[in-house]
Design a protein around this ligand. Sequence first.
Ligand code: COA
Length: 340
Amino acid sequence: MQMTATLTEALQEWESHQKEFQVIQENHQRYMQNLHEVSEMQSCISATIAHQRKSLKDFLQSLKTKGLAEEETKHVEEIKEHIQERQSILSQMEAFLPKKNGIYLCLVLGNVNVNLLSKRLKAAYKDEYEKFKLCVTVILLLLAFTCRFFVTYRFVDALMNFLLVWYYCTLTVRESILINNGSRIKGWWVAHHYISAFLSGVILTWPDGELYQMFRRQFLSFCLYQSFVQFLQYYYQSGCLYRLRALGERHNMDLTVEGFQSWMWRGLTFLLPFLFFGHFWQLYSSIYLLSMAPVPGCKEWQVSVCGLSFLVLFMGNFFTTIAVVRHKLKNTSLNRSKSR
Ligand code: COA
């Protein structure tokens, strides 16, 4: 009797499992169908965007203002402006469509799709990137502090430089993925990380000796300072991201929001002196190393290579930062005059 009751219960439970499984199967089927449709739409939209880009380019080339009346020239200029706007809207659309990886990502990851297909996923990836930088910065700060004040083993220095090489290589991969997902990171900052990885690699191979010891202390102090600046940058950059998301603004609209702009300028004016001080420290390191290189006792090739790398880093960082600030100033005054 008890057996039958248990069997009936078991059969009822099995029935409910069956029903649940059927619902799962149906949902999954619908999901696969939607995926198929989405993938077809993606290919179709990508193709039409490519077509529109090409025809806009040809059209732009055919537009000539020579020999036109003033009114007609004005009209053509207006069309050219619209075409430029259209190109940037198309780029924003492409950020949500799968695309082929560049050479670097193809080499590192293979041809896997790294495009995140929603704003939420893109934002989460960017957040994770900023947090990753912060975590490694804390570790680097502790290591640089230990090496600078407590431990003078070449092995521990090498460990720190190895971490630096790994960190910068990882950043280049993450940044390439961010760029694929529509981030506006300037090419220089990515190049900066390639050069920094190269520089750390060269320091890693620098044999211990009098010259290495002479440079070591100031390099470690510079690493400490750079980690400190990285904290400030993290505060500024995550603040920008947080505010833009709260405003729900799009990239091309970022700079038009008054509240955001005043916060950004306050952040920048605080950050810039620290950044420029770091850039001139790089210049100082470069001059220090390049003046050491011609000394007769200097046999290590690492001295001049590191000196040159620091010089390139100084020039790139300094001029790019100035260009970024000038661009922001120009946009701010443009938006102010538009809103008047
Ligand atoms: N590394 C990585 N990404 C950077 C970056 C950097 N140094 N500078 C800017 N970006 C990113 C931004 O997060 C933003 O990304 P998003 O499109 O995904 O939102 C994009 O590039 C555009 O940023 P932009 O508006 O041009 O600049 P910003 O206001 O975010 O930052 C600076 C401006 C000057 C503060 C920033 O470029 C910077 O810190 N530069 C100095 C770096 C340096 O010199 N380091 C060495 C110190 S010793």
